[in-house]
Ligand binder design. Structure first.
Ligand SMILES: Nc1ncnc2c1ncn2[C@@H]1O[C@H](COP(=O)(O)OP(=O)(O)OP(=O)(O)O)[C@@H](O)[C@H]1O
Length: 241
């Protein structure tokens, strides 16, 4: 498969192993600007390892990985400057407010945005005004996700990596989150979303890639003649998992 070399996320023929245990074995995957790809696969298929390799935390044994043209294995800090990453359990500070958390996380990325820009982003992320200055202790997972996505919105980076962002969210919060992702896509961000939530993936992704035996075994498009049928994919995915 040939991928445009300008794609912000580019993985070609990637092999990753932990000791003598191969996890990724010839994985090829690209996400272009303004596109959302959902990465599915059974437990242990290597989805988080794929994200970790893009972030430069896990080294490729062979193959090519590039984030905006930068090899995260060789230059992890430079690659991470182009990435906003939402882990499954967002690490935020319970004793700080939503605004303070955003301010602090942005400072870690060497970014300063005033309060006005931060509350604009929190509003865009759907966090209610009364929660802006509340301490995070007591926030639901959906509220914490909104703070994290507000930070990602403010960073305006070309690549967004998400690890199971809708796990534990109720259908309303999931729909809100998917709406936000669509807004992020409109800005031209390349989004790679690891998920077990096929319905959510079908809702928001342009493409679904299913990881099996260390490589992409199925890719299905969201529109055009190859538009995916969620039920058929669900049946196929259950067999794969
Ligand atoms: N740091 C590590 N050291 C050794 N083995 C690891 C490490 N991280 C992951 N693995 C193993 O690599 C395989 C792939 O793990 P990974 O977390 O990437 O899968 P996943 O598709 O994200 O799974 P899940 O859906 O359960 O989150 C698993 O067998 C896991 O046990």
């Amino acid at each position: 498969m040939s991928l445009p070399s300008s794609a912000p996320i580019l993985i070609e023929d990637l092999t990753v192993a932990y000791g003598d245990q191969p996890v990724l074995d010839g994985l090829t995957l690209g996400v272009g600007a303004g596109r959302i790809t959902a990465l599915l696969g059974g437990n242990g298929a290597g989805k988080s390892t794929t994200l970790s390799t893009l972030l430069g935390f896990t080294r490729a044994r062979s193959g090519r990985v590039a984030v905006c043209g930068i090899d995260p294995g060789a230059a992890p800090d430079a690659a991470r400057r182009h990435i906003a990453y939402l882990p499954e359990n967002v690490a935020l500070y319970a004793h700080l407010s939503a605004v303070e958390n955003a301010d602090y996380l942005l400072a870690l990325s060497d970014e300063r945005h005033g309060r006005a820009a931060i509350v604009d982003a929190l509003r865009a992320a759907g966090l209610q005004e009364r929660a802006w200055d509340q301490r995070l202790a007591g926030f639901s997972k959906g509220m914490r996700q909104k703070v994290a996505i507000a930070v990602a919105l403010l960073r305006a980076v070309p690549v967004l990596l998400l690890d199971e962002p809708t796990s534990g969210l109720d259908p309303r919060a999931t729909a809100d989150f998917n709406g936000l992702l669509s807004a992020v896509r409109e800005r031209g961000t390349a989004v790679l979303m690891v998920t077990h939530d096929l319905l959510s993936a079908a809702d928001v992704a342009d493409e679904i890639a299913v990881l099996e035996a260390g490589r992409v075994a199925h890719r299905v498009a969201a529109c055009g003649p190859e538009r995916f049928d969620v039920r058929a994919l669900h049946a196929r995915f259950q067999v794969a998992a």
